[in-house]
Design a protein around this ligand. Structure first.
Ligand code: ADP
Ligand code: MG
Length: 240
């Protein structure tokens, strides 16, 4: 579904991704872990063209990602993104936020979109909040709206960049629970997270990123419980 082939990415002269080879298969939940500054967000942002890259390839279902080509718009509808800070439209209600993509980007009929948007809000437990503006919602509720908004595009995969790290501790659970449900429904997801326990529970595979390179990857249990690389071992000791 998503393939990274010898991916190199620089900001100016600073190379932050130094040859990434990895693959997220259809239906897999992959957690991407690693220290702050290791390149996790950059790796995700390259997948839907929020950043370009200098060398190597990213393929989404066989189609090459090129941030500067018109095809990037199509790729963005196929691979949705959920950000750490929700990024909801502040002047739109929860329901309008969820409807915006399908109406404006996919050009789908408003009434159909509305019915599906209500269904997505129900799925994340927010039916009763559909007419609320983001400012009237808690962080956990805003992030669940953001997930409903991603789902409304009927994506083939969802990228999530630390979806719970901007939340107060008491709201982390409600967002992880929504992600757990999606994992059970085999939604393809690549999730940057520091929640190691959650990763153990939902991830099929884990990538450990270290200084712009995947130092270790494999089955979640293998990487998180029996890491082979001393850097992975050290990282896990520090975040636990
Ligand atoms: P992580 O998400 O793992 O914390 P990032 O992908 O955000 O790491 O950053 C990786 C490296 O790239 C860091 O050294 C960061 O300072 C640098 N970086 C990220 N975004 C930019 C940017 N827009 N311009 C210059 N450097 C950047
Ligand atoms: Mg980051």
């Amino acid at each position: 579904m998503i393939r990274f082939l010898n991916l190199h990415k620089s900001f100016g002269r600073h190379e932050v991704l130094t040859g990434i080879d990895a693959e997220v298969e259809k239906g897999q939940v992959v957690c991407l872990i690693g220290a702050s500054g290791s390149g996790k967000s950059t790796m995700l942002r390259c997948v839907n063209g929020l950043e370009d890259y200098q060398k190597g390839d990213i393929l989404v279902d066989g189609e090459r990602v090129d941030a500067h080509a018109p095809s990037i718009h199509r790729i963005r509808t196929r691979v949705a993104m959920v950000f750490q800070r929700f990024n909801l439209f502040p002047h739109m209600t929860a329901l309008e936020n969820v409807m915006e993509g399908p109406v404006q980007v996919l050009r789908e009929p408003r009434e159909e979109v509305r019915a599906r948007a209500e269904e997505h809000l129900r799925r994340v437990g927010l039916s009763d909040k559909r007419d609320f503006y983001p400012s009237a919602l808690s962080g956990g509720q805003q992030q669940r709206v953001a997930i409903a908004r991603a789902l409304a595009m009927r994506p083939e995969a969802i990228l999530l960049d630390e979806p719970t790290s901007a939340l107060d501790p008491e709201m982390v659970g409600e967002v992880l629970s929504v992600l757990r449900d999606l994992a059970q429904e085999h939604m393809t997801m690549l999730i940057v997270t520091h929640e190691i326990q959650f990763a153990r529970e939902v991830a099929s595979n884990v990538f450990f990123l270290d200084k712009g390179r995947i130092a270790e990857q494999g089955l979640a249990e293998q990487v998180l419980v029996h890491p082979q690389n001393p850097r992975t071992q050290d990282f896990l000791r520090r975040v636990r």
